[in-house]
Design a protein. Structure first.
Length: 216
């Protein structure tokens, strides 16, 4: 891990950007758990006072579980996917505008940020291609979320998304929500990718500087 204490502020900026995203997720997930518990406790009080029957009680409980465990959790984790892809694009823009070499244009339907990073990886002789492959999948998932609310059924490149989702730990296609065949993220799945990205992307920026691939 790069020691940020001895590095310029630009590295702190990128590191903290990913750290803030992790803090957002931690706060949101904890608040979600607390709110769910609070709603269940409120339901239990009402059920006792109004003498709910089993059918009425479990109907109300299922509504609470669905709201917090499916709908709201999905929105939080989708927001994190979008924020992660945006943070990576910011890193790529930073590197692209400071590179000493003219980079070749990206191919058709290739994300520009991933292209910039992959090109610099090759120039630096980096062994981080597996990390970049994961980020490329996240960018594609972000596009599905942005353009089809995460539904692979309604997305132009749905089959591609369906295939790559199966390769990511904690990701799957689900019919639990009102969005048919939607991308589902387990709790902690996107956090693991953000933590990994925070580590290697700061190291890679510093590697590019040391190898004179970028100028500051």
């Amino acid at each position: 891990m790069v020691s940020l204490r001895s590095k310029p502020l630009y590295l702190w900026d990128f590191y903290l950007q990913f750290s803030d995203l992790l803090d957002f997720l931690d706060f949101s997930e904890r608040n979600l758990d607390w709110q769910r518990m609070s709603h269940v406790q409120s339901l239990n009080r009402r059920a006792e006072l109004q003498k709910y029957g089993p059918d009425e009680y479990y109907s109300e409980l299922n509504k609470i579980e669905y709201r917090f465990n499916v709908c709201l959790s999905r929105n939080i984790r989708y927001a994190a996917v979008i924020a992660l892809a945006t943070a990576v694009e910011r890193v790529a823009t930073f590197l692209c505008t400071r590179t000493a070499s003219k980079l070749p244009p990206e191919g058709k339907e290739v994300n520009k940020s991933i292209h910039v990073l992959r090109t610099l990886f090759k120039m630096a002789g980096s062994n981080l291609s597996e990390n970049l492959d994961t980020l490329e999948k996240i960018v594609k998932i972000r596009n599905c979320i942005a353009h089809a609310m995460g539904s692979v059924k309604d997305y132009k490149y749905g089959e591609d998304i369906r295939n790559l989702v199966s390769t990511l730990a904690g990701f799957r296609i689900s019919n639990e929500d009102y969005i048919e065949e939607a991308i589902h993220l387990n709790k902690g799945a996107i956090e693991a990718i953000i933590q990994d990205t925070r580590k290697w992307i700061v190291e890679f920026i510093e590697e590019c500087r040391k190898k004179n691939l970028i100028t500051l």
